[in-house]
Design a protein around this ligand. Structure first.
Ligand code: HEC
Length: 193
């Protein structure tokens, strides 16, 4: 009898715990969680498009044209879907498209922090940094230069791709990245609301 009620009690508590876990919809997201959600949205859309373009055209020339013409438009499209208090964008210390992706002082400070942690080997790609700035919560996710990125951001860019990049971005600075160095960040900004 005693063990039966113990069992019942433990079943009930498990049930309660499970029920709590299964109802995140009622708990509002923290600014960090919301930022990460928008970062994944932009990152996922850009990555999906890039992969599709690279598959369709193995030379990656089409993908350069895609990035040049559509990355900006796609970023605007994603932002149009967000609540009015939120934005998401990419930036970097060395820029290809400074008009669209410029960094401010705080972006630069956070990115230098990531570079430091890469240099002293304490870096983790999951190192999301959250900074409160003028009533806005900024959420940063680091982007590393992976082998595929080096096709267009490395030090051995094919002449055809280089020509295409120079055509669109004569002032390009986003080259000569080493594998696994910091290519840039995605930043979500969540204003108080
Ligand atoms: C096919 C060529 C190509 C490949 C591959 C590529 N990029 Fe780019 N990247 C571009 C072009 C062109 C731009 C400028 C247009 C834009 O996206 O705003 C750019 C811009 C960026 C920016 C915005 C900052 C800036 O310099 O303006 C980041 C961050 C970035 N790329 C990261 C990456 C990462 C990370 C990878 C690998 C996952 C990658 N790129 C792969 C061509 C490429």
């Amino acid at each position: 009898m005693k063990s039966a009620s113990l069992l019942l009690a433990s079943l009930l508590t498990t049930g309660i715990l499970l029920a709590q876990e299964a109802t995140p919809a009622s708990t509002p997201l923290t600014a960090k969680q919301e930022g990460v959600k928008y970062i994944k949205l932009l990152g996922g859309r850009l990555k999906g498009k890039l992969q599709k373009e690279m598959k369709a055209d193995k030379t990656a020339l089409g993908a350069v044209a895609f990035c040049a013409k559509e990355a900006e438009a796609l970023t605007k499209e994603v932002n149009a879907k967000l609540p009015t208090y939120a934005t998401v964008r990419r930036t970097a210390l060395k820029l290809r498209n400074p008009q669209a992706n410029g960094a401010d002082a705080l972006d630069i400070e956070v990115m230098k922090g990531y570079e430091e942690s890469i240099a002293n080997k304490s870096f983790s790609p999951k190192d999301i940094r959250v900074v409160e700035h003028e009533g806005v919560t900024r959420v940063y996710k680091p982007l590393l230069a992976k082998p595929v990125c080096l096709l267009c951001h490395g030090s051995k860019i094919s002449p055809a791709i280089q020509a295409e990049i120079t055509k669109h971005y004569p002032q390009d600075k986003a080259v000569d990245f080493a594998e696994n160095s910091l290519r840039g960040v995605i930043v979500a900004e969540i204003a108080k609301h």
